[in-house]
Design a protein around this ligand. Structure first.
Ligand code: HEC
Length: 126
């Protein structure tokens, strides 16, 4: 309550109300704001859903019909996850075996975002 004594305006109900609203909205927006890493992964998820699910499935296990036919790798698996971001970027941009190249179809920033999303798969056991 010490704060209210230092508040320079007359302590009318209106200003108190405004003050309350101001702080309430600051607290709320702080809680709903994602960290930069989280929003990057979220943006990457959108790219992933649009471009990668056909073969890799929304869960990343690559158990779709096409994924199985083409031999798409399980994106949760250690051999995939132990790749560096640069190595993954190279595969995504230039393709590898049956994995098609995405160079020219998605931007470099989108590749970085989608890699953050792939790292989320790595954090989950299944
Ligand atoms: C047409 C099917 C297809 C699509 C679409 C596809 N992939 Fe793949 N992906 C594959 C196949 C097949 C492999 C296995 C390649 C191999 O055996 O070297 C693979 C492998 C990978 C790997 C593992 C590479 C490695 O060597 O560890 C990553 C990472 C990957 N894909 C990411 C993506 C991302 C991100 C997208 C979307 C932007 C995507 N893929 C879209 C078929 C696809």
């Amino acid at each position: 309550m010490k704060f209210f004594y230092r508040f320079p305006y007359p302590r009318s109900i209106a200003s108190g109300g405004m003050l309350f609203l101001y702080f309430a909205s600051t607290v709320l927006s702080a809680q709903t704001q994602a960290t930069p890493a989280e929003s990057k992964a979220a943006a990457g998820e959108a790219v992933y859903q649009a471009r990668c699910v056909l073969c890799h499935g929304s869960d990343g296990h690559s158990q779709t019909t096409l994924g199985k036919q083409l031999g798409a790798l399980d994106l949760h698996s250690p051999p995939v996850q132990k790749k560096t971001d640069a190595e993954m970027k190279n595969v995504i941009l230039h393709g590898q075996k049956n994995m098609p190249p995405f160079d020219g179809q998605i931007t470099s920033a989108e590749v970085d975002q989608v890699i953050s999303h792939l790292r989320e798969f790595g954090k989950k056991k299944k």
